[in-house]
Design a protein around this ligand. Sequence first.
Ligand SMILES: NC(=O)c1ccc[n+]([C@@H]2O[C@H](COP(=O)([O-])OP(=O)(O)OC[C@H]3O[C@@H](n4cnc5c(N)ncnc54)[C@H](O)[C@@H]3O)[C@@H](O)[C@H]2O)c1
Ligand SMILES: [Zn+2]
Ligand SMILES: [Zn+2]
Length: 337
Amino acid sequence: MNAVVLDGPGKASIKDVREPVAAEGEVLLKVRMVGLCGSDLNSYRGRNPMVSFPRIPGHEVAATVANSGTAATDWARGTQVTLSPYTNCGRCASCKRGRPNACQFNQTLGVQRDGALTELIAVPASRLYRANLTLKELCLVEPLTVGFHAAARGRVTPADTVAVIGCGGVGLGAVAGAAFRSATVIGVDVDDAKLATARKAGATHTINTASADLHAQLTELTDGRGPDVIIEAIGLPQTFRAAVEEVAFTGRVVYIGYAKEQVAYETRLFVQKELDILGSRNALPEDFRDVIRMLEAQRFPVDEAVTHIARMEEAPGILEAWNREPARFTKIMIEVA
Ligand SMILES: NC(=O)c1ccc[n+]([C@@H]2O[C@H](COP(=O)([O-])OP(=O)(O)OC[C@H]3O[C@@H](n4cnc5c(N)ncnc54)[C@H](O)[C@@H]3O)[C@@H](O)[C@H]2O)c1
Ligand SMILES: [Zn+2]
Ligand SMILES: [Zn+2]
C-alpha cells in the first residue's frame, strides 16, 4: 500500500509500505482523509526532536472500519470514525490520576510512531469515535479537542468572559470550546482573517492587537475587571506575560502554547491576584465527545477553517509549498481514498 513518508528534513515521498495487521483489541481502518497541522510542518522541517526518520506523518484522521478483527463487534465494517492519536502508559503520575492526556510516556501517531498518511492503519478500538460527520469534519475533531480541553481546564462557565490570545488552528478550538460552554468570548489575534473566523466560531468580540491596545480594549469589554479566563494559544513570551497581566483578580490562566524561549514574569501578580495558572495538553475522551456534538450541531465554520484539500500524490509537493510560504496555508487536508 502507499504511504507519505518523511525521509529526512525537507524530504517527503510516496512509498510502498507493508500493510498493518490488527493486533488483539485493534480495528483495521481504511484511511479516507488526514488533516495536517503545525506539528506536521515541524516534523517535515526536522525540527521536532521526538520525530526520527523515516516517519509516516498524520494524526488528524477520518476513516472507515475495514475489519474489526477480534475487537468488539460494535465496530461494523464501513462505520465512519475519527480517533484519538495518543497513547497512555497507565502507570505514570498523570495516568494514575485519571489524566491520561498528559501521560509522561505518550506516543502520538505520526510523531513517535508511524501515522495515518497511508491507506490502512490498525488502531485500538478504545481510541475510536463514531460520528455523523463529513470527512472534513471528522479530520477537524482532534485539532479542535485541544482548545476544548483548555476551556475545560479553565473551568469555563456561562458566567465567564474568556479571552483567547491567538486564533490559529489551536486557538480557534479554544474559542469554540468556550462558546460551547456559553461563555462570552473575546478573540485576540494580529490577523483580521483569523479574527473573522473566530467570530464565526463563537467569539462575540475580537481585538486585533496589531492596531489596537489589548489592555484598553479588554478593560472596556469587562467593565475594568479583565477577563475571568485567559487562554494563551501562541507560545510567545509577550503573550504568556499578557495573560497574567490582563486576567481578572482570582482569574484563571490556561497555557496551550509551547513557548520556544524562556519567559520572564512579574510573579507578584500570581500572588496578588491569587491566580490559577494551568497548563493544558492534548485532550480527554469527553473533549472528543463535546467537539463531535458541536460539529454535529453545525456550530463551527468548517469551510473557513479548511483552506486546502489535496490528493495523497500531491502531499510531498504541498508540504514543500507550505514550508516555503506558511502564511498561505491555514489547514491542509489530504484525501487518501
Ligand atoms: N498544548 C497542546 O496540547 C498543544 C497542541 C498543539 C499545539 N500546541 C501549541 O499551540 C500553539 C499554537 O498552535 P497553532 O497551530 O494554533 O499555531 P498557529 O500559528 O496556527 O496560530 C498562532 C496564531 O497566533 C497569532 N499571533 C501570532 N503572534 C501574535 C501576537 N503577538 N499577538 C496575537 N496573535 C498572534 C497568529 O496570527 C495565528 O493566528 C503553538 O505553540 C503550538 O506548539 C499545543
Ligand atoms: Zn494536529
Ligand atoms: Zn502514563
